[in-house]
Design a protein around this ligand. Sequence first.
Ligand code: ASP
Length: 358
Amino acid sequence: MTSNSGISENTPHLLVLGMGGTIAGLAPNPEESPLQYEAGQVGVDALVAQVQSVVPAGVKLVSRQLVNINSRNLTDAHLTALGLAVSEALLDASVRGIVITHGTDTIEETGLFLQTTCGKLAQTQSKRVILTGAMLPSNAPRADGPVNLLDALRWASMPMDNCPSGIYAVICGRVCLAMDLAKRHATALNAPLQNAPSSSVSLINPSWLSGVKAVQAVWNEDLPIPGEDEWPWVEILTSHAGARPETITHWLSSAVQGFVLAGSGQGGFHDDWIKPLDQAMVQGIALVRTTRTGAGTTLHNIPELDAPGCCASGALTAPRARIALQLALNAAKQANKAGKPLTWQDFFAKITDLPEIR
Ligand code: ASP
């Protein structure tokens, strides 16, 4: 672990975990073309050093680089490493809170992963975990990373009576539950929070806060973090005009364990998929139906009757539904090994049953 403030690791501190992303990006010509850059170039210790002098008095910082990547290259093994680092830090009495600097492309997946594997632990340990990132590289003239990191550090260290412990994201002056992140714009500075129910970081919105408390009241048990080689193979397949049966049959000779079907509209898929999907189910491939629209709810048996065993994703978007299905398949496998007759659908329903914050 790197301590960029020179403090002992036993001193109460906030831990900053670096994953890379644009917040750690560098542009060769930042004045002329700030959007032409490499993500994951600057170490997390340097990002922390930039804000060290303005963090709230008495807050000590320790940083640790887990990886330094463009998050479009995030792997199952990276998520395992992050989940283990977060849970270890939540159990460490000297860590007051955790901030994670992350690329925004796949921050949506990481948000759901952390909520469902560490959300309960964060509550029982009375700590906050905050994801943050940036849309402009660190050397761009109006880089948004330092302010986002500072806001995230303030959120991590804020008294618990203002807002409960849990897994959040702070970007562009706003805060949301990490599981509500949704990058729905290629370049806007608030892109990861587009469509996400959120509050201003400076003035907490009471109705958002009661939604947060409702989610936390329901989330009563974390799912196991899969070992780096244990992640089930799950693919997202998108239905579209002219969809072909081969989009499904292509996979039937592979070791794939689940499909998230990103359907059109309310989550319906092309009729040409019906037969091959029946075959997929016969082969034991898990099926989840969601909508490719990126927002709204996919309900069971709407628009058509679901095949037995196929789950609707509720409010989960396709990238979140994919992580949820992987975790649910793994949780069922672990439960079965321990002699508990639970199915992936049982675990998946725990995630889709979480109340939606509006
Ligand atoms: N491609 C970058 C990444 O996800 C984008 C970002 O960080 O905003 O790492």
